[in-house]
Structures are given as C-alpha cells and as structure tokens.
Design a protein around this ligand. Structure first.
Ligand SMILES: O=C(O)CCC(=O)C(=O)O
Ligand SMILES: [Fe+2]
Length: 277
C-alpha cells in the first residue's frame, strides 16, 4: 500500500486497494512517504517550536502529493482535481512533540472519541453511495519519528466508522465512549500501527480513535495532525491569518477558501474576501 516518495506536486490517485481498506477499516497507513532530508527539516521545525502545519517546511505536508490524490477521492463530489485548485479544504492543523513518559489524559483525546457518533445522521458523517466514498471530517497524521511495534501512537477501533449501534453510554449523541458499560472492552479492541519516520496515517473522524501514553524509550513522538473537509462543510474555526495564506503557492491557498459551493466550478480561488474563518 506504499506511495513511493516523490518530488512532484501532481496528486497521486488513490488506488483500488487503498479504497478497499480505507472503507473497510476507516483508516490507512502510507509508510515511508517522506525522504530522510525532508524528515530532518520538518522535525527541526516541530522541535524548534512550530505549533501548526502552516509553519516552515511542514507546510509542504498540507498538500503533499501522496495524500492530495486520496483526499480528492474521499472528500470531493467528483474525484478530479482542478489544475490550479483543490476540491477539498484544510481546516485545522497542530503539531505534537511528546517525550518518553508523556501520559494521555483519560478525559481529553485519550478517551476514545469521534467527531459525531456515526449511528446518528450528521453533516460530518462517513458515507458511501454510488460506489463513492465521502469520508466526512478527515485527519492526516504525519509521523516524523519512528513509531515502534508495541509502542503505539494514535489507536483506532477499526470499522467503528460504520457502526450501527450506540456505544452504550448515557447519551447517544455523546462523541466518545465515556460511561459505556463495555468501555473497557472497546478500549481493549483498539489497534495501533507501527511505521518508519516519514509515514502518514489517514483516518475518518467518524472512526473511534484515541491518544495514548508515549512509551517508546528511544525517541519522542513528533507528529503533524492536519484536518480536512468538503469544500462545503466546516467543523473547526480556522484561525489562520490572511498574510500566511497569501504567501502560499496559489493552489495551496485554495485549501483555505470560503466554505460554499454554488454553481458549476463557482468557488475555486482563495482571496481575502473569500476565505474560511
Ligand atoms: O493525540 C493523538 O494521538 C490523537 C489526537 C486526536 O485525537 C485527534 O487528532 O483527533
Ligand atoms: Fe481526535
């Protein structure tokens, strides 16, 4: 399932195999996407204090060709990308640098959670119709350090993006498994991944997922988490200045255009008065 490293900016189309496993599991791993020199530059930026993927060399990850073809497939109505704009949006980004011994909080992202429970209809929901995936709110996690076997980073309850029954907690609209009588069994069923530095994990936010203690004794966890959506749906406030977006290449700027879609190819270009807030 590997996407070969590339220096081209041409989106690499999602393969049939990737579609099969993304639909089945709710997540896929793309191992070893980045080159050693890219990894070194990006790690230096994250360890140097970059808090968001819009800063420094990690900005390249926003529309890296290994993920832009896949995001086009799973977040656009038509699986084609314009020559000068993307057909999906980026709406949030953060970095993480976690030393050995970093401990999750059981109430924060350590509690297995989703954007909205997929058992009830909602605008961020994972869907497949007409042979086409629409992944809803979608996260790409870039691992810039090795994730070792047995020392998980983020974990997933594979397949839960298509669950038809509630988690058993007190409120069926609650976006986490807190208070469920079978919470321990759901936690035990969660799985992680191991991967070399420079790999990407793509998951739908309708999939139950959680942060975990970082136990790897040999290296910190250094990751960049970028979040994407349909051009006509928004979950996060963006909180990104016009000055930063304006300095990006025009095609990358289109990731931050306003959230609307009326008309044939109507909303394609970013500008100061057509920006996502
Ligand atoms: O910290 C992690 O490993 C998971 C973060 C998370 O839950 C998220 O990005 O939605
Ligand atoms: Fe999360």
């Amino acid at each position: 399932m590997s996407n070969a490293p590339t220096s081209s900016t041409e989106p690499i189309p999602m393969t049939e195999e990737q579609k099969f496993f993304f639909d089945l599991h709710g997540w896929i791993l793309l191992p070893s996407v980045l080159s050693a020199s890219e990894i070194e530059k990006m790690k230096a930026d994250v360890y140097g204090g970059a808090k968001q993927g819009y800063e420094g060399s990690i900005q390249e990850l926003l529309d890296h060709p290994a993920i832009s073809g896949i995001l086009t497939e799973i977040l656009s109505e038509s699986p084609s990308v314009g020559a000068d704009h993307y057909t999906f949006r980026c709406e949030s980004s953060f970095t993480m640098a976690r030393d050995t011994g970093w401990a999750k909080s059981d109430q924060g992202t350590g509690l297995p959670h989703v954007v909205r429970p997929p058992q009830q209809a909602n605008a961020m929901r994972y869907q497949v119709a007409g042979g086409k995936i629409f992944s809803g709110l979608t996260r790409v996690a870039w691992e810039l350090e090795e994730v070792k076997e047995g020392h998980v980073g983020t974990t997933f309850l594979t397949g839960s993006h298509k669950a038809n029954f509630n988690y058993g907690g007190p409120d069926p609209y609650m976006p986490n498994i807190g208070g469920s009588p079978w919470e321990d069994n759901m936690r035990a069923a969660m799985e992680g991944y191991s991967c070399p530095a420079g790999s990407a994990v793509i998951f739908t936010e309708s999939l139950i997922h959680a942060a975990n203690d970082w136990t790897n004794p040999d290296n910190p966890r250094c990751a960049v988490f970028n979040c994407y959506n349909s051009i006509w749906a928004q979950w996060h406030r963006l909180n990104l200045s016009h000055e930063i977006i304006e300095a990006m290449p025009p095609k990358r700027q289109s990731l931050f255009r306003g959230v609307w879609a009326l008309g044939q190819g109507g909303n394609v270009a970013y500008s100061e008065d057509n920006r996502c807030l």
